[in-house]
Design a binder for this molecule. Structure first.
Ligand SMILES: O=C(O)C1=N[C@H](C(=O)O)C[C@H](O)C1
Length: 291
């Protein structure tokens, strides 16, 4: 099981007339393969996994694997709040040559710590794939406590966490206590610099669809302990991040990618709707600096 390190891209799912735009998706993958990212993560929140059917999830997995063709690791978003359904979907994506899955903590039904532990234990025991756990209490309604996560990290194939716990103290304590080979990747784009300087291993960042190579370069500088060079670059780069999350992700991001000519349509599926004209105007003012 490899260690996760660097910038991972939770790639968008482009749509045209409510269908997956496969050609655009393949072109996007070709483009991002050239940027130095460490891996691709289809079907995260940014990939709009909540609005894709299981057939579409399987198709996106197939498409990603064939387009990447072994050139980068692929971790597919497979999660849910019903353990049995997650296991069923897992058997479908396991047919393809992926490295692992990104699996969000069960949401909405608010399980206890023991329930979350058992959920991921079942998933871990059911597969040889690597598993990245996604802790995002503000979306799921439950926080995966460090004690529970560290117990899960004892499983051979639970190799890391996408940390969006929203509490720097919890993140710093986790980084201090994590076992060798277990990776902490931030899922809070604005905390990329902070997490890596505190000993984290990188990030899974929707914002890295834009200025991707610069995210990768900042990570390289931080790894080399060159904070003097990294900080001003990060301060310049990170200015646009709050705008991308001012309305539901990935609607602002898709708007920008469309304006940059990278996707023919910025369509998302309901209940996500297009961004307000006020946010469009603010993003339009930044377009030149985002290419
Ligand atoms: O899809 C993802 O993975 C990400 N989702 C987060 C979110 O929308 O909450 C943001 C992060 O950049 C990546």
């Amino acid at each position: 099981m490899g260690t996760l390190q660097g910038v991972y891209l939770p790639i968008i799912t482009p749509f045209q007339d409510d269908e997956i735009d496969e050609e655009t998706y393949r072109n996007l993958i070709e483009q991002y393969l050239l940027t130095g990212i460490s891996g691709l993560i289809p079907l995260g929140t940014t990939g709009e996994s909540p609005t894709l059917s299981n057939d579409e999830t399987e198709r996106m997995t197939e498409l990603t694997v064939s387009a990447v063709n072994g050139r980068l690791p692929v971790y597919v978003g497979v999660g849910g709040n019903c353990t049995k359904k997650v296991l069923q979907l897992l058997t479908r994506v396991e047919r393809y040559a992926i490295q692992g899955i990104l699996s969000v903590c069960p949401y909405y039904n608010r399980p206890s710590q023991r329930g979350i532990y058992e959920h991921f234990l079942r998933i871990s025991e059911a597969t040889n794939l690597s598993i990245i756990i996604y802790n995002i209490p503000y979306r799921t309604g439950v926080n995966l406590e460090n004690e529970t996560l560290l117990k899960l990290a004892e499983q051979r194939n639970i190799i890391g966490v996408k940390d969006s716990c929203g509490n720097l103290k919890q993140t710093a304590e986790l980084i201090g206590q994590k076992p060798d080979g277990f990776s902490v990747l931030t899922g809070e784009d604005a905390l990329f610099y902070t997490t890596v300087t505190h000993g984290g291993d990188g990030g899974i960042l929707a914002a890295a669809h834009l200025r991707t190579a610069e995210f990768v370069e900042i990570f390289r500088l931080l790894q080399a302990n060159d904070y003097q060079a990294a900080l001003p670059r990060w301060q310049a780069l990170s200015r646009f991040i709050p705008l991308l999350f001012q309305e539901p992700n990935p609607t602002p991001l898709k708007y920008v990618l469309h304006r940059l000519g990278l996707i023919p349509s910025h369509e998302t599926r309901l209940p996500l709707v297009e961004i307000s004209s006020e946010l469009q105007r603010r993003l339009d003012n930044l377009i030149d600096s985002l290419a």
